[in-house]
Design a protein around this ligand. Structure first.
Ligand code: ZN
Ligand code: ZN
Length: 139
């Protein structure tokens, strides 16, 4: 899979959880993280023991400025959203496939419990309201 932000390769990272093996994708270059929707749900209770988000947050902040990205699964434009509880955290969501976060953003989320964070994200993208923040610009 290609990183939707910097188009470098993403490496699969296998994580053993109580509900089975979960594979997430991590960019080799910008350390952005991709979570498929189902993966996020499996990880949410066990996240605190993980150290997947070990990328450089300063690099993450640079890539955080890139908000027009396509879902690596379906190639549709993802919705860029700021987190209502922690507005400095901005991530991209495909409501069908998952969430992309820049390096450091998950570490920020640890300030909430991870279960809370994932429930919160899943809630946000399950809402059926049309994506209004997503101004599509021609390439
Ligand atoms: Zn990348
Ligand atoms: Zn998608």
């Amino acid at each position: 899979m290609q990183c939707p932000k910097c188009h470098s390769g993403m490496l699969e990272q296998k994580v053993l959880t109580q509900s089975g093996e979960v594979v997430i994708d991590k960019c080799e270059r910008c350390s952005g993280l991709w979570f498929d929707s189902g993966e996020a749900e499996k990880l949410k209770d066990e996240w605190t023991s993980l150290s997947i988000d070990d990328g450089d947050a300063s690099v993450g902040r640079i890539f955080n400025e890139i908000t027009q990205i396509d879902c690596p699964r379906c190639l549709k434009t993802m919705v860029s959203m700021s987190d209502p509880k922690q507005p400095h955290i901005r991530y991209e969501v495909c409501k069908d496939h998952g969430v992309f976060m820049d390096a450091g953003e998950f570490s920020d989320f640890r300030e909430m419990t991870l279960k809370e964070a994932f429930d919160h994200i899943l809630d946000l993208y399950r809402k059926d309201s049309p994506p209004t923040q997503d101004d599509k610009e021609p390439e």
